[in-house]
Design a protein around this ligand. Structure first.
Ligand SMILES: *Cc1c(COP(=O)(O)O)cnc(C)c1O
Length: 246
C-alpha cells in the first residue's frame, strides 16, 4: 500500500512536470494538493511523509477525525468542500489555512465574524461554477467579480485567487472551456485592481484533467484518485447540494 502511494505520487509528479514543459511553464509553478476525502489518516500520512504536505478535506467531520493522527506531521490543510456556517468554528479549530470553496457572501461574513472574535485571519479562494452544472457549488461566472469585491472588504479574509471544478467529461474541449473561463475571470479581476485582492492562485484540475488545467494556467492541482485509488463513496455525496447539506 505504501509503495503504491509513493509510486502514484511519482507518476503524478511526472505528469505535472510534463504538462509544465509542454506549456512552457516552470516545473515549480504548479503545486500538488492531495484531495483526501474518504482516505484513512494512515494512507494520508504516507503521502505527507513523502514530502507532499499540502492536503484538503471536503467535510469538517473528516477533518476532525483525522486531525489527531496527522497533527504531528508538518503539513498545510486547505478546505475544498461545502462549508456549512455552523461548522465554521471547527475549520479554525482544526487549523485550516485556506478555504478554497468560498462561493457565497453569507459564508464569508459569518467566517469574518468568527475570525474577528478569535483574532485570526484566513486565506480564501473564490470558487466559481464554470461548468454551469446545478450540482456544483460556487458563484456564477457573472457574479464572481462582485463577490471578490464584497469579500475583499472583510479584513480577516485574504483572497489569494480562484478555484473551480471543471466539467467532469471525457470531452477535453469542454473541460478546457471551464479552465479558460476561470483564467479569463482572473484577468478581469486583476484588471479591476481591487485593493487587498491577490490573484496568484488558480486551483483547477484533478486526476483526470490536470494536464489541461496546467496548460490553461493552474497553479494548484487537486488530486485524489490518482494518488490514493478509487473512492468508495460517489462524488455526488460531496458535491451535490441537496445531498451534501444533510
Ligand atoms: C475529490 C476532489 C478532487 C480530486 O478529485 P480526483 O478526481 O479524485 O482527483 C478535487 N477537487 C475537489 C473539490 C474534490 O472534491
Amino acid at each position: 500500500m505504501t509503495d503504491e502511494i509513493i509510486n502514484n505520487l511519482q507518476k503524478i509528479n511526472s505528469r505535472i512536470q510534463q504538462a509544465c514543459i509542454n506549456s512552457q511553464r516552470g516545473t515549480g509553478s504548479v503545486k500538488l494538493l492531495l484531495a483526501t476525502k474518504t482516505v484513512p489518516a494512515e494512507r494520508i500520512k504516507t503521502a505527507l511523509l513523502a514530502g507532499h504536505t499540502l492536503m484538503a478535506e471536503n467535510k469538517v467531520q473528516e477533518l476532525k477525525e483525522k486531525y489527531e493522527a496527522l497533527k504531528t506531521i508538518p503539513h498545510e490543510n486547505h478546505f475544498i468542500g461545502h462549508l456549512q456556517t455552523n461548522k465554521i468554528k471547527d475549520i479554525l479549530k482544526y487549523e485550516v489555512t485556506c478555504v478554497q470553496s468560498m462561493g457565497r457572501l453569507e459564508l464569508a461574513e459569518k467566517l469574518h465574524q468568527r475570525l474577528l472574535s478569535e483574532n485570526k485571519q484566513l486565506d480564501v479562494l473564490i470558487q466559481v461554477n464554470t461548468s454551469g452544472e446545478e450540482s456544483k457549488f460556487g458563484i456564477s461566472p457573472e457574479g464572481a467579480l462582485q463577490l471578490v469585491e464584497q469579500v475583499s472588504r472583510l479584513s480577516t479574509l485574504h483572497i489569494k485567487g480562484l478555484m473551480t471544478i471543471g466539467l467532469l467529461s471525457a470531452e477535453t474541449d469542454k473541460v478546457r472551456q471551464c479552465f479558460r473561463l476561470l483564467k479569463s475571470l482572473q484577468q478581469q479581476i486583476i484588471a479591476a485592481a481591487i485593493p487587498r485582492v491577490a490573484m496568484e492562485e488558480l486551483s483547477m484540475g484533478m486526476s483526470g484533467d490536470l494536464e489541461t488545467a496546467i496548460e490553461e494556467g493552474a497553479t494548484i492541482v487537486r488530486v485524489g484518485t490518482a494518488v490514493f485509488g478509487q473512492r468508495p463513496t460517489p462524488d455526488g455525496y460531496y458535491w451535490n447540494e441537496s445531498i451534501a447539506v444533510r
